[in-house]
Write a protein that binds this ligand. Structure first.
Ligand SMILES: Cc1ncc(C[n+]2csc(CCOP(=O)(O)OP(=O)(O)O)c2C)c(N)n1
Ligand SMILES: [Mg+2]
Length: 627
């Protein structure tokens, strides 16, 4: 008997990884896409000679390379990219060892919490330990195999350290399995000791063959489906809570078909907003602490809450105080059993689109009561007047309020423009007021609500959807946290629009501090006054000049009229453009319709905290446990 020698290819570990990644594809609904469409990188020792050399050798056609300025920001860009493409394509991020690697931690947590895929490739210390301790190495006196990259374990959905070349084969396959798994996906980390990256190995040729990973759409179990249908038919006041899973699954049309047939209204979380167009008669807007009056009133009286692709964060449930009907029950359609079981719900573990389609089929002929429909339609109309009042600006020469800025933006965007935001007072205003006109328009990162997501995410969205107008909305605090990737947008010629709202500090946290007895302590950007507090004059900081210095075109808008003109000019421009506006600090958004639990000091010597604690105790008394 003769054995043929399997064909092998001699490459370094880094070269093999790049070649392997370039051959992985996803497929869903007959559409095939590159899984890892490009690699972000910042080089230092730990990746410069390994992955850096491998990327150079592979070339742009095999693995496009993007140069970032900050490792966390590179992850934000990759997350924006993956979200825009409904998780069917992702990007990798390579870093040096030490600080380059640990700068990934925040981005990794953001990706994992939002269930968005990103492949992290931090360099690591020598596997051979030939040169320990090297520059930037943490020496752990009693655990020799610990490196700073271990900080990535709790924020990664898959983690491995490749200490021998052949380990790459099972690990790379597992990394791709997790990245393409709709229930498990998130940050995936392959830590790569720098000596191993450069080491050669004879790889079996099959490792580099093209592989297509189906992104599955599991169908509901017949028993669970029958129970779900029974529950919906029996409900008098059903309410759908649409979460991010509706978008990830591209289930918007299936949701609309179900809603059109049954008349069940839809409330949405930050991640789910845009599941229906804002002008659909059953779209009631946001739910929870930052929700609309009509949604929150319905949530208080609903007898069946149907969660679709939602994690039920504290903002959605008003920290456990929102769903007040004593007979309320939950039914959760979710691809992740972990989420489906929340709030002691009836479960429907399935892909959102498949599950909604099955429900529509089984509910044929069922429709909610006419009076219920009339009730929520009237509530929707009332809320529309609230939005109009918040957006309206009659005096063109006045300094705009924050909600008037949103109104001006609403007037200038097209249906497919993407509006990106993550933290500050804007997420609440947007959740209450924004009129989403297409499924991808409302891009709020509110799983991690990470200041600094907005600008790099704008780059990722434009890489995913070239030519789409993108608006990164940032407060002054957020801008100062991470303006770095402006340089990357300039370098890549991506016309990201930045709307920069100056209000001299943290309006959001200032307001929260006031409500919770903190008296706005440490939340304004002001000079230190004679008494040592930060209550002096605002700082003479020119953020518009800063954006210009990084290469953006900058338009300063002092009035409502100038703002309208600047937004239109920015949208028409093919260069990255910043619209800078100082806002009127008077609160302009409608007040919260539901609570959010931020614990207040139980004992305090200052009056503000004592009074805040009294309010706090009244709110906590309304908390319900759903069992
Ligand atoms: C990285 C990060 N650090 C801290 C926070 C907590 N935080 C939430 S909003 C906020 C202030 C945001 O200020 P700014 O961007 O100026 O928006 P404004 O509140 O003024 O609307 C802070 C510090 C956060 N969300 N993310
Ligand atoms: Mg601010």
């Amino acid at each position: 008997m003769s054995h043929s020698t399997p064909s092998v290819r001699r490459l370094t570990v880094a070269q093999a990884l790049v070649r392997f990644l370039s051959a992985q594809y996803t497929e869903r609904d007959g559409v095939r896409r590159r899984l890892i469409a490009g690699t972000w990188g910042i080089f230092g020792h730990g990746n410069v000679a390994g992955l850096g050399q491998a990327l150079l050798e592979a070339g742009e056609d095999t693995m496009p390379f993007h140069q970032g300025r900050n490792e966390q920001a590179m992850v934000h860009a990759a997350v924006g990219y993956a979200r825009q493409l409904n998780r069917l394509s992702a990007q990798a991020v390579t870093t040096s060892i030490g600080p380059g690697a640990t700068n990934l931690v925040t981005g990794a947590a953001l990706a994992t919490i939002n269930r968005l895929p990103v492949l992290l490739l931090p360099g690591d210390y020598f596997a051979t330990r030939a040169a320990d301790p090297l520059l930037q190495q943490l020496e752990h006196p009693s655990e020799a195999d610990v490196s700073v990259n271990d900080t990535l374990r709790p924020v990664s959905r898959y983690f491995d350290r490749i200490t021998r070349p052949e380990m790459l084969i099972p690990s790379a396959l597992n990394a791709v399995r997790v990245l393409t798994d709709p229930a498990e996906t998130g940050a995936v980390t392959l830590a790569l000791p720098q000596d191993v990256q450069a080491e050669a190995f004879d790889w079996p040729e099959e490792f580099f063959a093209e592989r297509v990973w189906p992104v599955r759409r599991p169908a509901p179990d017949p028993l669970e489906l029958a129970e779900a249908v029974r529950a919906i038919r029996a409900a008098e006041r059903p309410l759908i809570v649409a979460g991010g899973g509706v978008h990830h699954s591209e289930a918007e049309e299936a949701l609309e078909a179900l809603v059109d047939a049954t008349g069940i209204p839809v409330a949405s979380t930050q991640a789910g907003k845009g599941s229906l167009r804002h002008d659909h008669p059953a779209d009631l807007g946001g739910i929870g602490h930052t929700g609309t009056a009509v949604c929150d009133d319905l949530a208080r009286t609903a007898d069946l809450v149907i969660g679709v692709g939602t994690r039920y964060s504290d903002f959605t449930t008003a920290s456990g105080t929102l769903f007040q009907n004593p007979d309320v029950r939950f039914l959760n359609l979710n691809i992740t059993a972990f989420d489906a079981h929340k709030l002691a719900a009836r479960t429907l573990v399935a892909d959102a689109r498949t599950g909604l389609t099955a429900l529509a089929r089984e509910l044929d002929g069922h429709r909610v009561d006419k009076a219920y429909e009339a009730e929520y339609r009237a509530g929707k109309e009332r809320w529309e007047r609230v939005v109009e009042a918040a957006f309206r600006a009659d005096d063109d020469s006045a300094v705009p309020t924050q909600t008037q800025v949103l109104g001006a933006l609403d007037a200038v965007v097209g249906d497919d423009d993407v509006v990106i935001n993550a933290a500050g007072s804007l997420p609440g205003d947007l959740h209450k007021l924004w009129r989403a006109r297409s499924p991808r328009q409302y891009h709020l990162e509110y799983g991690y609500s990470c200041m600094g997501y907005e600008i790099p995410a704008g780059i990722g969205v434009q890489q995913a959807a070239p030519g789409t107008p993108v608006w990164s909305l940032v407060g002054d605090g957020t801008y100062l946290m991470m303006p770095t990737e402006i340089v990357t947008a300039v370098q890549e010629g991506l016309p990201v629009n930045l709307v920069l709202l100056q209000n001299h500090g943290y309006a959001s946290i200032g307001g929260l501090s006031e409500e919770t007895g903190g008296e706005r302590f440490g939340t304004a950007y002001r000079y230190r006054a004679a008494d040592g507090t930060f209550t002096g004059a605002p700082l003479p900081v020119d953020l518009a000049a800063n954006a210009a210095s990084l290469g953006m075109d900058v338009l300063r808008a002092k009035t409502v009229g100038e703002l309208r003109a600047a937004l239109a000019e920015a949208r028409a421009s093919d260069r990255p453009t910043c619209v800078y506006v100082e806002t009127d600090p008077a609160p302009s958004a409608p007040p919260a319709e539901a609570w959010w639990d931020v614990p207040v000091a139980e004992v305090a010597s200052r009056d503000a905290a004592v009074r805040a604690r009294e309010r706090y105790d009244r709110h906590t008394a309304a908390r319900r446990r759903h069992l």
